[in-house]
Ligand binder design. Structure first.
Ligand SMILES: [Zn+2]
Length: 68
């Protein structure tokens, strides 16, 4: 069984995985409309709004190990 992070960042599966992940992430550690970005460029150092984090995760990929 493959994880959504195994799919190409340009794939629908990956995009759906990002959506699901952000839903859970915002419910868990999001503050207001912002969350620490888990993309490979930010790696939790920066906080952004959801649409920006979404774009980062698609463009930069997600830091592996941050998703179970
Ligand atoms: Zn980022």
């Amino acid at each position: 069984m493959s994880r959504w992070t195994d799919f190409l960042q340009s794939s629908t599966e990956y995009e759906k995985g990002v959506e699901d992940f952000l839903n859970k992430a915002f419910a868990t550690w999001g503050i207001g409309d912002q969350i620490s970005c888990l993309c490979k460029a930010c790696v939790l150092r920066f906080w952004h709004r959801r649409d920006k984090v979404f774009n980062h995760l698609i463009a930069n990929g997600i830091e592996s190990g941050s998703v179970d």
